[in-house]
Ligand binder design. Structure first.
Ligand SMILES: [Zn+2]
Length: 447
């Protein structure tokens, strides 16, 4: 059952689309046949997995995260604060990160994501204090070990306090160092091909931690190597005020002035836009990673998701860093998106299918991919299978709606690129108790 050549995931309890109500056939790493309700595959299969107790979804795709922040969940210095004071409290703590901490927190975040139904994870790592120059290399190794598909962004900060920015000087790097390392990482790890397990993107952190020059240079380098660009934007009113004071313009005008209005770009948060700005973002297809838990926890605001989508922006879902969530549970985040967005757009428009579409197809489009995020012939075999036998589902009617409405927490099985990575609710090949113990020990060193 581990990794057969051709596998039929047979007769799932429920699916996102009726096109594969009878299940899917997987050959090696791809989906090769969709089976209609009540039928059997046309392809001969080596093995069958009985999914009659499972809701079958495309693997969820996390469009924004900071893995290292799992070490500073509910950190005492950061409690009950909005973004700027939350950040300035945590920067000195994060400046103490060491390679072992990046290794362990990456494993924790990836395991947590996998267990919550996520098969593709993007991460935004922007801290490279002395001794931590290899942070992304460490993340690559952990992702390969766990078999999660990743989009690792080479984050950066170059605008320290001395230049009028927010972060302490010890956490920022020069533009030249950042560019050289970005190019090294793209050449070493970025895989352009269909089905890529590792892609690299460039991610200057935010308008208040990055120089104008670095934004421009990053856009040029991304263009040269055809990689995606990512940053935080329009998260809070403080940020808008900062941009107006520092650059004499609002965040979207700033983005345009540094050559970032392009479909190569996806933004985390995207909350405080006016109507005209939404139109400009939509026209070029800038993607938006909606991060509902973080936006509620830091009291940042509500992303205008449906307006952005109507204008032409792909909308995905991200759990955001575990210090502003404070978890990495992708399925929980889908529920949060439904609840928060219903407050803005009402119950008829924000359905459980809608938020699941954001967390799969929408996130894939943010990451610039068309080989994941959907169950269709030719797509990667990235699948999430959830059982509904925990107590919170007892008495539930519609199985697909139950996943979102009753608050599913944990996938029973996860397949990434045709290989089982979670079985019986457990990450394959990982001693999770030992990992949790190491993480607790390292986190204690940061308190
Ligand atoms: Zn973030």
């Amino acid at each position: 059952m581990q990794n057969p050549n051709t596998l039929w995931i047979k007769h799932p309890l429920a699916t996102l689309s009726p096109a594969y109500a009878g299940g899917v056939v997987i050959t090696e790493n791809r989906i090769t046949e969709l089976v209609p309700a009540g039928q059997t595959p046309q392809t001969p299969v080596d093995e069958v997995f009985d999914a009659s107790q499972h809701v079958l979804l495309p693997g969820l795709i996390n469009a924004h995260h900071h893995f290292y922040q799992t070490l500073t969940r509910a950190h005492p210095v950061a409690l009950n604060k909005a973004l700027f004071s939350w950040l300035t409290s945590l920067y000195p703590v994060w400046a103490k990160l060491r390679p072992e901490m990046v290794e362990v927190s990456t494993q924790i975040a990836l395991a947590e994501l996998l267990l919550s139904g996520c098969s593709t994870a993007s991460d935004h790592h922007y801290l490279f204090p002395r001794g931590l120059e290899d942070a992304i290399d460490i993340q690559v190794a952990q992702a390969q070990q766990l078999g999660v598909r990743v989009h690792l962004t080479r984050g950066s900060m170059s605008l320290g306090k001395e230049q009028g920015g927010l972060p302490p000087q010890s956490t920022v790097q020069s533009e030249d160092v950042i560019m050289a390392d970005s190019e090294r990482l793209i050449r070493r790890y970025h895989d352009h091909t269909d089905g890529a397990m590792i892609r690299v993107a460039l991610a200057p952190c935010s308008p208040f931690s990055v120089s104008t020059e670095l934004m421009r240079m990053s856009a040029e380098l991304a263009e040269k190597h055809r990689v995606q660009l990512h940053t935080h934007l329009a998260e809070t009113h403080d940020e808008t005020a900062f941009c107006q004071k520092m650059f004499g313009m609002r965040p979207v005008d700033y983005l345009e002035s540094v050559g970032w209005l392009s479909n190569r770009v996806w933004l985390a948060h995207g909350i405080h836009f006016n109507e005209q700005e939404i139109g400009r973002l939509g026209q070029v297809g800038v993607g938006i990673a909606h991060c509902p838990s973080s936006n509620m926890l830091l009291a940042s605001g509500q992303c205008p998701t449906l307006d952005l989508e109507a204008a032409g922006c792909p909308v995905g879902i991200g759990v955001d860093g575990s210090a502003s969530n404070d978890g990495s549970n992708m399925m929980t985040e889908v529920r949060q998106a439904l609840l928060l967005q219903r407050l803005r757009y009402g119950a008829e428009k924000i359905t459980h299918q809608k938020v699941l579409d954001w967390a799969t197809n929408g996130s894939a489009r943010c990451l610039g991919r068309d080989d994941v995020g959907d169950i269709a012939v030719g797509k990667q075999a990235d699948l999430a299978l959830f059982r509904l036998d925990d107590i919170q589902f007892a008495g539930a009617g519609d199985p697909l709606a139950a996943l979102v409405l009753c608050g599913a927490q944990r996938a029973d099985r996860m397949m990434v690129a045709g290989r089982w990575r979670v079985t019986d609710g457990t990450v394959c090949g990982l001693d999770i108790e030992a990992l949790k113990a190491r993480q607790r020990e390292l986190a204690a060193q940061l308190v």
